[in-house]
Write a protein that binds this ligand. Sequence first.
Ligand SMILES: *[C@@H]1O[C@H](CO)[C@@H](O)[C@H](O)[C@H]1NC(C)=O
Ligand SMILES: *[C@@H]1O[C@H](CO)[C@@H](O)[C@H](O)[C@H]1NC(C)=O
Length: 147
Amino acid sequence: MAVLGNLLPRLVFLLLLFVSSRAKVVTIDVQEAKNLIQAGYIYLDVRTVEEFVKGHVDAAKIINIPYLLGAPKSRVKNQDFLKDVSSACNKEDPLIVGCQIGVRSLNASIDLLADGFKNVKNMEGGYVEWVRNNFPVNTSVVVKEEL
Ligand SMILES: *[C@@H]1O[C@H](CO)[C@@H](O)[C@H](O)[C@H]1NC(C)=O
Ligand SMILES: *[C@@H]1O[C@H](CO)[C@@H](O)[C@H](O)[C@H]1NC(C)=O
């Protein structure tokens, strides 16, 4: 009992630490995301470049940095993700992280918070949910010259 009495506060502490580190990911719906974009948040689209150019959230400040790379069924984590976000944004910048349906953006948000980004919000439902709400999109394809 004495051992448990010693251990228990530590376990509770570790549990709280775990819960609070997970709970830091704030998830918002597309309506709130739209309001925050209008208020000046940067929209960080973590889908692939191919997905992005087909159509994306219409935001004044928008950045596309893929969280995963490759074809849909063989995607691998983009090892430069945090480095690339860090060169494009400051740790204090207000960011909304969005993807296609909200899976990649959640993982990306977890990684960004762990890397010290302070103002990260994960957009639930992703671009699909945004489109379902008839919110403004930009589908103008930018044709890049092949190198
Ligand atoms: C998200 O993270 C979990 C846990 O690390 C992992 O199992 C899963 O494959 C990741 N999914 C994506 C889309 O990155
Ligand atoms: C649409 O998005 C492209 C990048 O994909 C950008 O170059 C262009 O300026 C955007 N158009 C508008 C009207 O925001």
